[in-house]
Ligand binder design. Sequence first.
Ligand SMILES: CC(C)(COP(=O)(O)OP(=O)(O)OC[C@H]1O[C@@H](n2cnc3c(N)ncnc32)[C@H](O)[C@@H]1OP(=O)(O)O)[C@@H](O)C(=O)NCCC(=O)NCCSC(=O)Cc1ccccc1
Length: 152
Amino acid sequence: MVTKPPTLEELTAYRDRFMAGFPTPTSAQFLGFDVVEIDVEAGTATIDFLATDRMLNPAQKVQGGILTAMMDDTMGPLMHIMSAGRMMPSTTDIHTQFHRPGLPGPMRCTARITRMGATLCTSSAELFNDKGKLLASAIQTAMMLPFSPPQK
Ligand SMILES: CC(C)(COP(=O)(O)OP(=O)(O)OC[C@H]1O[C@@H](n2cnc3c(N)ncnc32)[C@H](O)[C@@H]1OP(=O)(O)O)[C@@H](O)C(=O)NCCC(=O)NCCSC(=O)Cc1ccccc1
């Protein structure tokens, strides 16, 4: 991070503010985004999603980009929170592996910060179906850009 890294107290306070009232963007609404837990001490996030029949490919499986979007939408918010809200990640690359087909229904993503650098942040994520089976995994890099919350 460009400035001094946030303290655990600052991270905890921002995580609580984020969970209490950060507006859910339309793309996250489409994915059924629902935060389960953000652990700022461990640098991990658990977020639930809901795959619907509007997200299917011709094989009637959840389209791969949608599964990737769910993981991007877990790693991104985690990176933002781990900057105590000072920065917003802009994903520069993401590599996904698809292990099992996804079907409509609840999905859970867990993500972890690999390293928060001065300008780049790296992270990893895993996406599971409602039976706890691993559907996909990803590693991601993002540029951390200064962020000011939109004025009301
Ligand atoms: C099948 C394979 C590719 C190869 O796996 P291998 O390890 O060699 O084989 P293995 O036999 O071990 O099977 C592994 C597990 O998979 C399960 N399973 C397999 N087949 C089926 C099935 N038909 N239905 C249900 N489940 C099935 C199987 O039971 C097992 O699970 P288990 O351990 O028993 O619990 C697997 O990695 C896979 O499906 N990955 C996800 C690919 C994916 O979803 N990509 C993204 C969407 S593509 C896209 O959107 C792009 C596009 C856009 C527009 C238009 C067109 C395309």
